[in-house]
Ligand binder design. Structure first.
Ligand code: ARG
Length: 572
């Protein structure tokens, strides 16, 4: 697609002899459309040209030659030069690209040849899949789709928490009282009960605790009974987790959890020992990171000889570097793990891998999920079952649909309720910048007129009705682009034009909210266009152009939502 910003940059570069890419980097899109389509802040050159911004602006304006370009006007405003682009040309460029690419509009290949590993979701087996894991699942899943759309080779990994001394305890509890609990039916709840009970027993009886420790050791050594029971816990938990993944449409390429690395840790310890940085401290093996500016040491092996969460992450880095040869490895967890990843990423530099791997490690942290009543956390006891929560979203929407569209069939109502209910939860998760705490409030996220998932879906459905009412899609060669020069149509076009760039921005900061924001802006812009203009009109040329713009909006809303993991209902 034509790059208008580049056209402007080239023209400015011609008359200033400053590098065109440097110029391009300075060009902004003014918030207020009255200030033009693009603005060049002349003060960014004041230093290198040794002139006042105002003077630079005057000189560029005098010298610049815009014949044979799509630049229509150049105006001076303070130290800025404001440019407008031909409105017809914008419409032509955008709609022709839509006609050419259809469902693939906005796709790019800038990621070709680059490999990204995304570690997300990662609930802990035999424990509830909590709302923090939901956020990780949704953010990680969106990043997965976004990177793929830009041509990267992406591997999604569910680094399940399926390892640790607690399994020694669970195995013991199961051995003692397994018959009393229906863990097949309700694995997580029943295992949690067993876990609480065995912990009590351990406090009462030193021997029980000893048995638990032995079980974990046996598990590590591949003991048949312990391994069987552990596998049972794992597969029952996974069965439960998959209900949530099914509802959210989550996909993973690898389910290698922490246990997968149990035989890969000795190598880590070996490599670290040889660096001379691994030291003994109160019986444990640690790496002091004071000199790297991290005050808490990274514990590699506990005093009882067992490995840690950090060691498993280090083994995973070795494995992933060798297996996936990643350019970037993202870890999507709440900000509570900031210190953990700082330590692990620092120690990773000592693993003897090529520098590029340590450089590619990145913690994509996000804020807490807050219920209107406070923090949702399993530790504080107010466990929210995710599957129930998602089903609640679906049934709430179903009620609304029953009321609004009683004559839809049951099947239609169910399909819409699922897409809108789940879409609302996902959008709520992604709409603010990820590091901000998220407020989980049904009324806000299900408001069809707010900045919500349902609002975007509703706008999409509206474009569907317009297209249905028109009953045809005009051919692109018949479109008279000069019919789309009104302010509202131009706003829609500018947004659609920016789509690829928006997707790229989302990857620069690993911030799906950039796309969420875009979808809200596009929905609002289309609503204004729709309110200001009749689309089905006498004048065929006007109608064709407006119908085509509606078609373009329809495609982009659907593609954009899909990147976030949100499906569009065809009606609602
Ligand atoms: N299971 C961990 C938790 O629930 C998250 C794992 C994140 N990934 C990783 N490679 N450490 O907190």
């Amino acid at each position: 697609m034509k790059d208008f910003k580049m056209q402007i940059a080239e023209k400015i570069a011609e008359v200033t002899s400053i590098d065109v890419n440097e110029i391009k980097g300075y060009i902004e899109i003014p918030k207020d459309a009255n200030m033009g389509d693009y603005a060049f802040p002349c003060f960014s050159l004041a230093k290198s040209l040794r002139k006042a911004p105002q003077m630079i602006a005057t000189e560029i304006k005098e010298k610049i030659d815009i014949t044979d370009t799509d630049i229509e006007t150049v105006e001076i405003a303070g130290g800025y030069l404001n440019f407008t682009i031909s409105k017809d040309e914008l419409a032509k460029v955008v709609l022709e690209e839509i006609a050419l690419k259809n469902e693939e509009y906005g796709k790019s290949d800038i990621g070709n040849g680059k490999k990204i590993v995304i570690d997300y979701s990662a609930p802990n087996i035999a424990k509830p899949f909590h709302i923090g894991h939901l956020r990780s699942t949704v953010i990680g899943g969106a990043l997965y789709n976004i990177y793929k759309y830009l041509g990267y080779t992406v591997t999604g990994i569910n680094h399940l928490g399926d390892y640790g001394t607690q399994f020694g305890k669970l195995i013991e509890g199961y051995k003692l009282w397994g018959q009393e609990y229906n863990i097949e039916e309700n694995p997580i709840e029943e295992l949690t009960k067993i876990y609480i009970r065995i912990n009590e027993a351990c406090k009462q009886d030193e021997q029980v605790l000893e048995n638990c420790r032995n079980n974990f050791k046996k598990l590590e050594d591949g003991d048949k009974y312990c391994t069987e029971v552990w596998e049972k816990f794992r597969s029952l938990s996974l069965k439960e987790f998959k209900k949530v993944y099914e509802l959210l449409g989550s996909k993973f390429d690898s389910w290698n959890g922490e246990a997968f690395y149990s035989d890969k840790m000795p190598e880590v310890i070996d490599i670290l020992s040889k660096t001379g940085r691994l030291v003994e401290s109160q019986g444990a093996k640690i790496i002091d990171l004071e000199s790297e500016g991290i005050n808490t040491p990274c514990i590699i092996e506990k005093s009882n000889g067992s490995t840690t969460y950090a060691t498993r992450d280090l083994a995973a880095i070795l494995y992933r570097a060798r297996t996936y040869d990643f350019d970037k490895a993202l870890y999507v967890t709440s900000y509570e793990q900031v210190l953990h990843f700082k330590q692990v990423f620092e120690v990773a530099k000592l693993l003897g891998l090529d520098e590029k791997y340590a450089k590619g490690l990145e913690h994509v942290a996000f804020g807490m999920v807050l219920l209107p009543t406070g923090k949702m956390s399993t530790r504080e006891g107010n466990v929210v079952k995710l599957e129930e929560l998602l089903n609640e979203a679906i049934s709430k929407v179903k009620e609304i649909i029953e009321e609004k569209n009683p004559d839809f069939t049951q099947g239609e109502k169910q399909d819409i309720a699922k897409k809108v209910g789940i879409g609302a939860v996902i959008f709520n998760d992604l709409s603010g910048s990820r590091i901000k705490d998220e407020i989980f409030d049904w009324d806000t996220m299900l408001n069809f007129n707010g900045e919500t998932g349902p609002y975007i879906q509703y706008t999409y459905v509206r474009t569907n009705s317009v297209l249905k009412k028109a009953g045809y899609l005009p051919e692109i060669k018949d479109i008279d682009f000069s019919r789309l020069t009104d302010k509202e149509a131009q706003n829609v076009l500018k947004l659609i034009y920016s789509f690829t760039n928006i997707i790229e921005q989302a990857t620069v900061k690993n911030e799906p909210s950039v796309i969420a924001r875009f979808l809200i802006d596009l929905s609002k812009a289309y609503s204004s266009f729709y309110n200001e203009n009749k689309i089905i009109v006498e004048d065929k040329a006007i109608q064709d152009a407006r119908v085509y713009l509606t078609h373009a909006t329809n495609l982009v809303l659907k593609n954009g939502a899909k990147l976030l993991g949100i499906d569009m209902p065809e009606k609602m």
